[in-house]
Design a protein around this ligand. Structure first.
Ligand SMILES: C[S@@+](CC[C@H](N)C(=O)[O-])C[C@H]1O[C@@H](n2cnc3c(N)ncnc32)[C@H](O)[C@@H]1O
Length: 211
């Protein structure tokens, strides 16, 4: 059994049960290992752009006698996937990197569910998801090591949402009474209201109004 913090534990929780999973930018490989050892996936494609990171994941799988449940691939984003997975996670990278990987990768894996936890620029990731013909089906906000993390899952299907929903999160907004979401909204409101430009102040207002 591999122990995951609140952030990766929530990613595991929201990840659908499937035959083939992929974890892009797996680094230490803990999430990928949990996916197969907790029975969420029969097999997992583990990728990273860094050889050292991929080696860490390989070592972790070997230590848990689970190497036969994984395929390890070195390379950029989803361009290196040897086959189409049923569900793909991308966590712990910046929002712009995740957006770029989605832009290049969604046409290859269209149909797969994506589970994303960007460290930054979450609204940009939401915009990319909708632009590529996906829609968000669930969102969670958790605290780990004193930081807020948003985790979202998306499936194919065209939908239109407003700029305000893109910022606040269409599903998070529905759970705005949740104490963690409230704290997150308050934090975002304060960060944005400290910004100098009018757009930041307008967005801060959206968060304040949702409280
Ligand atoms: C901060 S770690 C996150 C590890 C793990 N996913 C997590 O959430 O704990 C980010 C990882 O993404 C990898 N990465 C960055 N850009 C990438 C890309 N374009 N394709 C694949 N992996 C990438 C980095 O090498 C690094 O190992």
């Amino acid at each position: 059994m591999i122990s995951l913090d609140n952030r990766l534990g929530s990613v595991l929780d929201i990840f659908p049960s499937c035959r083939l999973a992929a974890d892009i930018g797996a680094d230490h490989g803990k999430l990928a290992l949990a996916l197969v050892s907790e029975g969420k996936a029969e097999k997992v494609i583990v990728t990273d752009i860094s050889r050292d990171s991929l080696r860490k994941a390989e070592t972790l799988f070997a230590a848990h006698n689970a190497s036969h449940l994984a395929v390890f691939v070195l390379g950029d984003g989803m361009t290196v996937l040897p086959e189409t997975p049923d569900a793909v996670s991308m966590c712990g990278m910046g929002g712009k990197t995740i957006s770029r990987i989605l832009e290049n990768g969604i046409p290859r894996i269209y149909g797969a569910e994506v589970i994303l936890s960007p460290h930054t620029e979450i609204p940009i990731v939401r915009q990319t998801v909708y632009r590529l013909g996906y829609h968000i089906t669930s969102e969670r906000c958790v605290v780990a090591s004193g930081r807020f993390y948003v985790i979202l899952s998306a499936k194919p299907g065209h939908e239109t949402i407003s700029e305000e929903e893109m910022e606040l999160g269409p599903c998070l907004y529905r759970h705005r009474d949740d104490p963690v979401v409230k704290d997150y909204y308050l934090w975002r409101a304060k960060v944005l209201s400290a910004g100098r430009n009018e757009t930041s102040k307008e967005k801060a207002g959206w968060y304040f109004n949702a409280l």
